[in-house]
Write a protein that binds this ligand. Structure first.
Ligand code: IVH
Length: 675
């Protein structure tokens, strides 16, 4: 293709991407792909200067403003930053700056800070009061989002006395990673499209017509520029400006630092690459700025960006690839999770060939179809996921994917009930479920049996040596030594590890059994309260519900589990094999505040059923008889109490505790001071 053609094509493509990204908050391709197109255009334009046009996307910042918001002309243009993509390019930029300033590379001072992936905002303060806030728009003219910005909690609405009469504070509106995850899980629950990344979520949230919607979104603002329009501040460095902004109550990046010399600056920028996942917000790069305001003036600007600052982009965490197939995997609870089989692609340093699609609704909402080009994202240790498909005009797509009706592992029925978003294989004998259950049982967070990984469990199952977790404990070294890849030594060691796991505390066993809703916290509470599995199985439902950290949902699940005939047999088998099923130091659990004390309950106590209130007393060492006697420690009097109990207590002079003080009685074992 002739350069002129490709240039025209790239310009058109970029104009479309710009509109999608900046105006609709819904990018068509990952940032890395966009950057590559800009790069290609710039390279072609510099090789063919006759084709450069002032309105080329390579010369523009952002996109024109939409007509939803009033336009605002920026008092000073909001420029973009030029990018470099590795440390060599960064050094080259710094050396150019040193040359331009006639200073040594060892002497130049830089500020190094995170490049937050959000949305640029300029906030104007007149006589200390916030009067206007605008997005960047095309850099010259932005959108008036003042009403929405007023709902952002961490933005000061007034500046302290002594602040200049006219200033603009510029920075980034963003969503912290945890807030973004929460927002997306809310979107998922509501069956609405998830946001592609925190930047789009922030932009979409800020550019709402109704400020009440913005107010519901957990937006934050972090500042990185002070524009002193009244020209009254006598500061000579950027660091001093940022310190001043912090003293006015603005959030500044905790990880920013100032470095002297190019080497130190590059090292610090490498630190961001290594630690990007430790930050509470998502970053797509590092921004390096020359600290001295005088030096900045000397270097000046290009039409699009300052020469005194640069963005070092970090390796992309989003890539595009081809969706080869959609398959379903079965977990230990029978949950059927759809996942994408992908043409292998390198994302953030590792090859991804599979990515989760969560559930049926998500496949529909993302509308990904076999054969599509899809965006794959991987952030930190997070499991890679498919963000969505890239639309290619005129390309015929395959039919929308349908969730299979049968389990791919056992051919049993797959069922999705009522309002649940998940689909389950309901055959308890499904081999995939059995496999996953045993893998989970042996895993680090549960029984922690070394040498019993996925492959080994699978092998033991297919060879018919085990069929469930209880069988593990009767495995003999002789019978497994002959397995492929085993040998006598590993067999003895594996059996030794399994035998050692018999001593694992009850809480670990409970986690390993994979009882629905029972995670490590609930398991520990249950184990501490009962000390022994034999006591746990006898517990009535009310007693389970009354435990701290164990609500009705967990209680019911545990109750059902302990009475399920199959688990009864499995647990008997484990006990017979010598699995201890006890929790050492269980007495450290619930404080025995009511040891030896008889507490009678009458009437209803808010937050408790009758049995629940009695159980709460019993687990703290007390008793809860049905009638009042001389030995009664106190009577808890709830709503509509029994007349006979109250009269009896009055006769015998037994203290009567109002229901409102019940919690305190449980916690301390003593009567309220006014009784
Ligand atoms: S300085 C004139 N500092 O990145 C220089 N920008 O790609 C103004 N950004 O438009 C920008 N973190 O939206 C600066 N620490 C930071 C930043 C930052 C994120 C954004 C900002 C800017 C864009 C340029």
């Amino acid at each position: 293709m002739k350069p002129a053609h490709r240039i025209a094509e790239l310009r058109e493509l970029l104009a479309r991407h710009n509109e999608a990204y900046f105006t609709n908050d819904s990018p068509l391709v990952p940032d890395a792909d966009y950057d590559a197109l800009v790069r290609e255009l710039k390279e072609l334009e510099s090789a063919n200067p006759e084709h450069v046009a002032v309105d080329s996307p390579s010369q523009l910042v952002g996109a024109p403003v939409s007509n939803v918001f009033k336009p605002v002309t920026h008092a000073e243009p909001m420029l973009s930053l030029d990018n470099v993509f590795d440390s060599e390019e960064l050094v080259a930029w710094a050396e150019r700056a040193c040359k331009g300033l006639s200073v040594q590379a060892t002497d130049l001072r830089f500020a190094v800070e995170p490049k937050i992936d959000g949305l640029a905002l300029s906030i104007r303060y007149e006589d200390g009061a916030l009067v206007q806030a605008a997005t960047r728009g095309d850099g010259r003219e932005g959108e008036d989002v003042t009403d929405n910005v007023r709902t952002i909690a961490n933005i000061p609405k007034v500046l302290p006395a002594g602040a200049p009469s006219l200033v603009e504070v510029r920075g980034e509106v963003f969503l912290a990673k945890s807030d973004f995850a929460e927002l997306n899980s809310r979107q998922r629950e509501l069956g609405q499209k998830e946001f592609a990344n925190p930047r789009n979520a922030a932009a979409g949230s800020l550019r709402q017509k109704d400020p009440a919607v913005s107010a519901e979104r957990p937006l934050s603002f972090l500042c990185y520029q002070l524009v002193d329009l009244s020209n009254s501040l006598k500061l000579d460095s950027y660091v001093a400006q940022i310190d001043l902004l912090a003293s006015w109550g603005f959030l500044t990046a905790g990880e920013k630092s100032s470095e002297t010399g190019v080497t130190a600056m590059v090292e610090r920028s490498n630190w961001f690459e290594a630690h990007r996942h430790d930050l509470t917000y998502e970053i797509d790069g590092v921004v390096i700025k020359i600290d001295s305001l005088a030096q900045r003036e000397q270097l000046g600007f290009t039409s699009r960006a300052p020469r005194w600052a640069i963005a070092r982009k970090l390796p992309p965490e989003e890539r595009t690839t081809k969706l080869l197939a959609i398959e379903v995997s079965i977990g230990r609870t029978g949950r059927a999770t759809p996942y994408a089989v992908l043409e292998p692609v390198l994302v953030a340093g590792s090859t991804v060939s599979m990515a989760t699609l969560h559930n049926e609704d998500q496949v529909a909402v993302k509308d990904v179809r076999v054969g599509d080009t899809v965006i794959v994202r991987k952030a930190g240790d997070v499991i890679p996921e498919v963000v969505g498909a890239i639309e290619v005009e005129g390309k015929k797509r395959s039919a929308p994917w349908k969730f299979p009706k049968k389990c791919p592992e056992c051919s049993g029925a797959l069922e999705r009930s009522g309002d649940e978003s998940d689909t389950y294989c309901v055959n308890p004998a499904c081999p995939a479920q059995q496999l996953q259950k045993i893998i989970h049982f042996a895993s680090r967070g549960a029984m922690d049996i070394e040498g019993l990984g996925d492959q080994r469990v699978s092998q033991l199952l297919t060879e018919g040596l085990i069929s469930d977790v209880a069988d593990l404990f009767s495995l003999k070294a002789e019978s497994i030594a002959a397995l492929e890849g085993m040998g006598e030594l590993s067999a003895t060691s594996l059996v030794g590890n399994i035998q050692a796991a018999k001593d694992q505390p009850l809480s670990k066993v409970l986690v390993g059994l994979g009882i629905r809703h029972v995670g490590p916290v609930a398991a520990r509470e249950l184990a501490k309260a009962f000390g022994d599995y034999r006591a746990l199985v006898k517990a009535p439902l009310e007693l389970l519900e009354a435990l701290p950290g164990v609500g009705p949902v967990i209680a019911e699940s545990v109750f059902d589990f302990t009475r399920d005939p199959e688990s009864v047999i499995r647990m008997e088998k484990m006990l017979a094999a010598g699995v201890k099923l006890v929790e050492p130091n269980a007495s450290e659990g619930i404080e025995q505040t009511l040891t030896g004390k008889a507490v009678v309950v009458t009437g209803s106590v808010e937050g408790y059923t009758r049995e629940g209130a009695e159980a709460a007393i019993v687990v703290r060492g007390g008793t809860s008889p049905g009638s009042v006697s001389k030995k009664t420690f106190c009577v808890v009097v709830g709503e509509a109490p029994g007349a006979s109990k109250v009269t009896k207590a009055e006769e015998l002079g037994i203290p009567m505790v109002p229901a409102g003080d019940f919690e305190q009685l449980l916690a301390t074992g003593t009567l309220p001071s006014n009784l």
